[in-house]
Design a binder for this molecule. Sequence first.
Ligand code: FAD
Ligand code: 2HG
Ligand code: ZN
Length: 468
Amino acid sequence: MDSELIRRLAHVVGDDGLVLDEAAQAPYVEDWLRKWRGRTPVVVRPRNTTEVAAVMRLCRQNGTPVVPQGGNTGMSGGAAPDDSGAQVILSLNRMKRIREVDAVNNTITVDAGVLLADVQDAARDAGRHFPLSLGAEGSCTIGGNLATNAGGTAVLRYGNTRDLALGLEVVLPDGRVWSGLRGLRKDNTGYDLRGLFIGSEGTLGIITGAVLKLYPRPLGRATAWVGAPSPDAVVSLLTRLQARCGERLTAFEMMSAYCVTLVSRHVSGAACPLAGAHAYHALIELSDAVPEGLAELLEPALAGPLEEGLIADAAIATNESQAKAMWRLREGISQAQVRAGKAVKHDIALPISRLAAFIKEADAAVEREFPGLPIVNFGHVGDGNLHYNVLLPLDVPHEEYVQLTAGLNRCVHDLVVQRGGSISAEHGVGQLRRDELRRYKSTVEMDLMLMIKRALDPDQLMNPGKLL
Ligand code: FAD
Ligand code: 2HG
Ligand code: ZN
């Protein structure tokens, strides 16, 4: 790379704001799944929005492509550079300022590089709740959450990241700053620019700040683990609990028996709270601003389905540590997959009414076309979002992995689309689903997206090779 550009970047962010050493670049050039590994001439770490804007201006003048990166926990290869060695990584990991908490407006304004867990803590310190919650919350950033429109385990009650953001600050590819940090719940002054940048996966600009919604703290919580004979039974239970518990139903997660076995085997200390064998499991959480009464609501709500045989067994956590152990079992599935094999990941969404039938059909199709391959089926059933992954052996040769991935994608995604679903629910398109997107989106939809991309990033310098 042009050493003059490096010198000018150093002038903007300081020498300690550049990572040039190859060994020190390792955590930036490879993703969490260790699936994508690229090269970069430099990782640039600005300290504030003004520095981001200056970096973007320099990169544009030089025609240098930019890969935005937050916590690098994404699962679609969106934050990894390609192997050309020409793409600069712009990391937000020095932008960690909580700018303002407005407890009356119920909003928090933060830098994009703040870790999700730190946003949650700042909200808690102010006597409020920031509900976005996912397994990587200790290392992902709010900027990454916004850029991927992350989902997680509380979407059922609070919505996804898009629903939690009121305002954004974005540095455009030409270095101009769009200051849209409005804490308004009503603002109809034209096109929804905020919505455009959310979920754009770093292809339209750099998100540098956000105004996020806060909620009352959930002082009461009840958590249960349930064993059920089928996805059908799990979905019926969801419907019953929604009717009985209303919006107190905060999380409803499902996983197959194979997921539970996998975590018990590969994550130390994880164990199923139920004794018997069950084809499917569900993790249920109720929460409320009122501290008392949730276990009393959950217990009879599960007793009926148990007596009728809709579900086979249930355990309600009697203390915080039991509840945490249940969540550890659920959140351990990603780590267990990494240890057990190479997962072909499908992050899909379907109408909840069609989930159970889809699983039946997809299980049969995968077994017919790829006999013997284990299916790691779990997800946020309350949102119709399944992680319908298929596990290949750790030592599968690369060629075979590529071939099987293509075949499995066709098998699973064709069925998803036929049933009115989406091939990308919460992890983003990134590099992983770029070809799949083109296959399934209509020409009109692709054209509209390309027009937006060309208008905002005419030099095609923002995260090339991702999403579009
Ligand atoms: P990165 O991985 O750094 O980047 C992701 C994408 O966003 C890239 O395209 C990148 O270019 C872009 N980007 C990052 N920051 C910015 C910015 N400031 N401006 C513009 N573009 C930017 N995801 C879910 O949705 N739900 C889950 O339940 C969930 N669970 C997970 C569990 C584990 C154990 C792990 C490892 C991941 C999980 N994920 C989940 C995926 C991941 O954590 C999320 O996608 C998260 O939102 C990514 O945040 P990040 O800061 O790590 O982003
Ligand atoms: C989850 O729900 C994450 O745990 C990760 O979205 C999914 O590992 C996966 O495929
Ligand atoms: Zn998920």
